[in-house]
Design a protein around this ligand. Structure first.
Ligand SMILES: C[S@@+](CC[C@H](N)C(=O)[O-])C[C@H]1O[C@@H](n2cnc3c(N)ncnc32)[C@H](O)[C@@H]1O
Length: 328
């Protein structure tokens, strides 16, 4: 395959069926739970872009500070081995931050192919268009699907060394145990010398954290409620959005910031042929946004078999992009 093209590869195998089965089993669980990976339909993508632009959502500005102002430091850490590589971004979204780094590498004449992976085909199309316009020289292969299945596709396309980007709040959207299994799985899929640049939002003043996910404008609430709209549309369900309310918590001890939807009344919702009962005040667990200490980061790297090669912090010291190497 010629990788010197703008390519989009999709894996839509069983997509609708998996969505249905995950939603049904999550809502039959106690407590009820929905996976935040399903937030990202066309409207969800747009709402997430609005979240990133909110002044309260400090994560964007922190990581932008790193990617805009410390680009050379990032490049030094991942291009110390000067061989060509594949830069694979997991959950790339609109690559708002990483595109500064892509431009820097292209301007330096670095030999690499950018492979963004995202479950949302919509955001990948937006990204591809943006990259074609702003960095036309960039070699891009967009991979639409789940992290690991598309990482395998990337490995099948090219045997060059791999640098994985996993930015923003993505690792934080996993429970700690899940994050450990995820990083261990990544290591199994990589070879000695491959690298991972992974973003961690640090524990900080609890008010700052809670405000970032509990905005007064209601954008985060709309982002959560939009998953019910998506389920109504795609799975023939009848959620009444007026009967659900967004609720956000932050526990500064564990570092878990959690989004819930609260059922405001006793109600029964039908999804396809299945009835799901809600008690008044019953919760749906929607998303965790885990915050980390420096010790948590070290422990996660060591436990999952990586060596920390370096780290870059924003000027407020609120966020770390940590660079890990596979030693084998
Ligand atoms: C919170 S956004 C962050 C986007 C980007 N990393 C950033 O920092 O701006 C998460 C992105 O990951 C994608 N995503 C979430 N779960 C995924 C999964 N299991 N496989 C592939 N993509 C996923 C979503 O579609 C979304 O674009």
């Amino acid at each position: 395959m010629n990788l010197n093209t703008k390519t989009q590869i999709k894996n839509n195998h069983n997509k609708a069926e998996n969505f249905f089965l995950d939603i049904k089993s999550g809502l039959q669980n106690t407590p009820k739970k929905l996976s935040s990976k399903y937030f990202y339909d066309e409207i969800g993508d747009e709402l997430f872009q609005k979240i990133m632009a909110m002044p309260e959502y400090y994560l964007t500005q922190c990581e932008l500070d790193i990617f805009k102002n410390k680009t050379a430091e990032i490049a030094d850490l991942i291009t110390s081995d000067s061989s060509p590589f594949d830069l694979i971004e997991l959950g790339a979204g609109d690559a708002m931050k990483s595109s500064y780094f892509l431009k820097y590498l292209v301007d330096k004449g670095t030999d690499f192919t950018y492979m963004p992976i995202d479950i949302s085909g919509n955001i990948l199309s937006i990204l591809q268009e943006k990259l074609e316009k702003n960095i036309p020289e960039l070699h891009t292969v967009c991979l639409e699907g789940e992290y690991f299945e598309m990482l395998n596709k990337a490995a099948a396309l090219s045997s060059r060394r791999k640098v994985i980007l996993f930015l923003g709040g993505n690792i934080g959207n996993m429970e700690l145990e899940e994050a450990y299994h995820f990083c261990s799985g990544l290591k199994q899929n990589l070879a000695a010398g491959d690298q991972l640049l992974i973003g961690f939002d640090l524990k900080k003043n609890p008010h700052t954290i809670l405000n970032a996910y509990n905005d007064k404008t209601g954008i985060t609430a709309a982002f959560n409620l939009n998953l019910l709209t998506r389920i109504n549309r795609e799975l023939d369900a009848d959620f009444d959005l007026k009967e659900f309310q967004h609720y956000q918590t932050y526990d500064p001890v564990s570092g878990a910031c959690r989004s819930y939807l609260v059922s405001l009344v006793d109600q029964v919702v039908t999804i396809d042929q299945t009835s799901i009962s809600f008690k008044e005040n019953e919760l749906i667990d929607m998303e965790v946004s885990q915050k980390f200490s420096e010790e948590d980061i070290k422990e996660l790297a060591e436990k999952s078999g990586f060596e920390i090669k370096g780290e870059i912090r924003d000027s407020k010291n609120w966020f770390i992009d940590s660079v890990w190497t596979v030693t084998k």
